[in-house]
Design a protein around this ligand. Structure first.
Ligand code: MG
Length: 368
């Protein structure tokens, strides 16, 4: 089987409402997504999506994906998409780094490989765990009451895991966390995502001032060095999200005992091939995972659902459903959707979802 054509569409994804994180210093109103289709000489096509969360969340941006595709897509023509490791070596040799550029191409290749094998993507990746995966909400930074109201809105949609965005103001953060913790329901998890906002001094102050939380703090500071400093002076579990880009980052997190959890975002780490290596390392070393993408439509969420469902429940605490935050749906009713606060991987071979072409217009890029 050979790749004959790579096409890409730009998809504008306005958020239902403005969204703040990192203590309110980062504001988002719309996302710039890129949908990629790979066509083969075997009459099988695969889809992937790459969608950074705006331009300020990570060193990644929508136009960068399309610029990177111009470098990479021509090199994949004639290659066998079922050989994901070969595809990744070709991409890494031609364009070192830039993992977010490569993710959609990698996912589209996995979609094809799974279809060719007649297996749903999760099974082609190694397993389908029996239980659907809980969706973690994404609760925008606000006053304590505003944040609790947002948690309640997600509860009404079935969510039982909540990622509350804090950071930037020590006293207000303590009030936010205590208020949410005091109103946590039985069987519910509320964890606190700082999105890099605290200095180590602030992280240590807040984390040593709140008692009795049954959860953890995600990405309390900007760098792994800073988080390691916080780790030594606090007792709550810590998760790393924005600080995990490469396998080398993950090796350091484990070797130096920096975090007990990691958030593997497919787009940030370069797609399923690299996420799979990270998954296996985490399973071997007892690191708990959350599985997400950095943004996108039901196409990205469905790849996440497949990957997350390869991980036994105690080691995977949740996914995220970006589709519920955006006002554009390229595949209405299809793919992994929220059912009682959980996502399940589709049962059809491959990814099990594709955009409706008449919703995309003309492709922005075609290589053949
Ligand atoms: Mg996070």
């Amino acid at each position: 089987m050979k790749i004959e054509r790579v096409s890409a569409w730009r998809l504008d994804l306005p958020l239902h409402k403005p969204y703040w994180l990192s203590g309110g210093r980062l504001r988002f109103e719309r996302l710039d997504s890129t949908l990629v289709r790979i066509d083969t000489d075997a009459d099988v096509s695969g889809w992937g999506e790459g969608c950074p969360w705006g331009v300020t969340y990570l060193p990644a941006f929508g136009k960068g994906i399309r610029a990177g595709l111009a470098e990479l897509a021509p090199l994949l023509l004639g290659k066998d998409p079922r050989q994901a490791d070969v595809i990744n070596r070709v991409m890494d040799l031609a364009l070192p780094g830039h993992p977010y550029v490569k993710s959609a191409l990698d996912i589209a290749c996995w979609d094809i490989a799974a279809q060719a094998a007649g297996l749903p993507l999760c099974e082609a990746l190694g397993a389908r765990e029996p239980e659907p995966v809980p969706i973690a909400s994404s609760v925008s930074t606000g006053t304590p009451d505003e944040m609790l109201a947002e948690v309640q809105r997600f509860r009404d949609l079935g969510y039982r895991v909540h990622s509350a965005k804090v950071g930037a103001d020590v006293k207000l953060d303590i009030a936010r966390i205590n208020h949410l913790a005091a109103n946590e329901l039985d069987g519910e998890i509320i964890f606190y995502d700082v999105n890099r906002a605290w200095l180590p001094r602030e992280a240590i102050t807040v984390m040593n001032s709140v008692d009795g939380l049954g959860s953890w703090f995600e990405q309390p500071c900007e760098t792994l060095d800073e988080i390691a400093q916080v780790r030594r002076q606090t007792s709550y579990p810590i998760g790393v999200d924005e600080g995990l880009h490469t396998m080398q980052d993950l090796l350091r997190i484990q070797r130096d005992g920096i975090a007990e959890l990691v958030n593997i975002k497919l787009n940030r780490v370069g797609g399923l091939t690299k996420a799979r290596r990270m998954r296996d390392f985490c399973l071997e070393t007892g690191i708990t995972m959350l599985i997400m993408d950095t943004g996108g439509s039901v196409i990205a969420d469905t790849a996440v659902a497949h990957f997350a469902q390869t991980i036994p429940a105690p080691s995977c605490l949740g996914v995220w459903s970006c589709q519920d935050m955006v006002a554009c749906d390229p595949a209405p009713g299809a793919g992994a959707r929220n059912v009682d606060g959980c996502l399940s991987a589709p049962v059809q071979p491959g990814l099990g979802v594709a955009p409706e072409l008449d919703r995309l217009g003309k492709p922005a890029l075609v290589y053949e």
